[in-house]
Design a binder for this molecule. Sequence first.
Ligand code: CDP
Ligand code: MG
Length: 833
Amino acid sequence: LGLLRRVETYVSEFLSQKSRTNGSFSNLSFSRSSSNCSIATDDGLFEAPEPLSSSKVMMEKVLWRRSMQLRDEQRSWQESRGGREMLEFRRSLPAYKEKDAVLSAISQNQVVIISGETGCGKTTQIPQFILETEIEAIRGAACNIICTQPRRISAMSVSERVAAERGEKLGESVGYKVRLEGVKGRDTHLLFCTTGILLRRLLVDRSLKGVSHVIVDEIHERGMNEDFLLIVLKDLLPRRPELKLILMSATLDAELFASYFGGSQIIHIPGFTYPVRTHFLEDILEMTGYRLTPYNQIDDYGQERMWKMSKQAPRKRKSQIASVVEDALKTADLKDYSLQTRESLSCWNPDSMGFNFIENLLCYICENEGPGAILVFMTGWDDISSLKDKLQAHPRLGDSTRVLLLACHGSMASSEQRLIFDEPEDGVRKIVLATNIAETSITINDVVFVLDCGKAKETSYDALNNTPCLLPSWISKVSSQQRRGRAGRVQPGECYHLYPRCVFDAFVEYQLPEILRTPLQSLCLQIKSLKLGSISEFLSRALQSPELLAVQNAIEYLKLIGALDENENLTVIGRYLTMLPVEPKLGKMLLIGAVLNCLDPVLTVVSGLSVRDPFLTPLDKKDLAEAAKSQFSRDYSDHLALIRAYEGWKNAERDYAGYDYCWKNFLSIQSMKAMDSLRKEFFSLLRDTGLVDANTTSNNEWSYDEHLIGAVICYGLYPGVCSIVNNGKSFSLKTMEDGQVLLYSNSVNSREAKIPFPWLIFNEKIKVNSVFLRDSTAVTDSALLLFGGSLSKGDSDGHLKMLGGYLEFFMKPAVADMYLCLRRELDDLIQDK
Ligand code: CDP
Ligand code: MG
């Protein structure tokens, strides 16, 4: 492989040099003297830049032959009937009309930015234009295009589509790679991958050797990984002058990126969508004659003023609605697009309109409008599943002979996701309930009607309290327009915004980039491991730099868990953590698990926490599901319940009963399988680090005891710790930063009346009105004392987050003193050793 890479680089250098002379290769022959090699082409003799060894000459011949072969294959597909039909379709896409402009911009500039409406053919066509042109120029074998996608599902579905457009199977010239899955062959020249995969490759291959083109797709989303990748690529470009970078965006904010790269060329692909009629809430109410929500159904909800009107005479209702809208106009200062304004709009909460409204509107569309799929944009997964349940129970919408009801969100399994692209049988109406994933990443072709609730769950980060939040918030104007655009793919469409026009007017133009609204710990570690210098200096070069406080918090955390030293350099632990593709806290668990020889159960915990929650809680069977989970609980620990559930599944699998086992116990079989492969992946990574003996296998019969696992969990998740206050019949939980906190109802500990332990270690806390803890394990004083991070330095330090602070805050002074003394002695002992 090493040789192959060297030769590939050599050949691509050679070819790019050749292409500069504009020669053609149709007449290529090699000749070799003892020390040198020359290549004859149509336009003369080309001296190789350095003496070629015979193996290099041979490789070059192989590559050239392969390039010829690729061209022949491409031509014969293009001349076949299937190929001609496909080409006809592709020619109809707006992107195809810009093909020449795009290609010439790419050949003349190192960085090109392409913007164009969703569905115009950016993702499927632009990488193909490059590939086809390279193949046609007999450079196919040397071309290596990487196109990044923010989500797994788009990498997978797009690569499949592009392979089909090229008349190939996946894994020939087109492949994909996402975490744990991928189809890629020896001759793959166009690879769709998630942004994370490319970042991991940069870890081992800083200059992206052999890559000819990097395409970063969907940059308008401004995900953290994409913003990070752009800083790295910006540094790399001067060192790799022949590397081409293409950025693609569904919105028109291209200037921002262009100026970031010092004025790169922008190409805009004029869009083509059929006209979409827009209805805001007031229009919907008027259009449907205010019939949508009978008053008696909505008395639970907050929007009474609006709905009471539905009982009154139409004319009067109309004027009253106008006055409600006017009120809102007054509430919202429309000149000010600040966040403040967005929050003041919460009086127009679409959630509080209830699902009845949406249900009735869907019925109205089914009864009064022509055919076409309906796409409903919902706030989040919980809304989708509750609405789906509700619709399934509806006499008309729940009738599967007339309605095909589907859900679409980022964490669903790939096989499920594919269903949404299928066209239903005649006479059946497809209704897709989706999160904002359907906004730009995936295109469902047959959508004619769009319902837009106007909100999306957005992660945000409260830097002051150092708490991540996941709250529904209003979308941006751009998102709202994107949602609308989804209706006009195949014919004129209709878009129903479930909020008044004045609310839309007060939306912010663009959403805040992710780097400004999430914790930065993993990012900081990545910066250190890529040796990119000082964290804050590096991040100051981002397109938009995060708040200083957020950066400091992240650095502080990494110091606290021992990943960075006082001078912000990676410690030994930190260096190991960067080798493991998990959050630092999970990485720490793996490391200590390996050191303490109890890796097997720890692998299960870490892989379980890295996949979608394996314990399912279907809304209509919530109680049964929670009871099933608590069967696995014996020691006040969700993590140990997970280990038992997994081990049970493994045993059942041996008897070919894994599926039944999952069904009975409300476990997700996909998550179980994903855990299985993650365990293997983590194990082999640990073996590579040398922490685990190369001869051991991951499934040996290490025995373990629950207290040890508790301690390991404590070591990883610290400072995620809260104190348990048992008072008679119940208990309450307190952290130092948040005061009282609550448990998610699917935690086994939430079903306990009492927890006979002093501390609860948790995986994650999230603020949704109150602060909730997810996945927790109860531990003893000694586990916290020995495994809960370092003591504060010096007695008077008083830094609350340090372990000493915890003990002092929650324990009786004399007890805390005793414990601190003990720990100090132990620390000294270890130092002496
Ligand atoms: O990236 P962009 O949103 O500009 O469009 P695209 O993903 O390249 O899709 C271009 C067109 O290809 C879509 O309008 C669909 O008609 C078609 N397509 C498809 O049929 N199946 C897919 N899986 C992806 C795209
Ligand atoms: Mg796209």
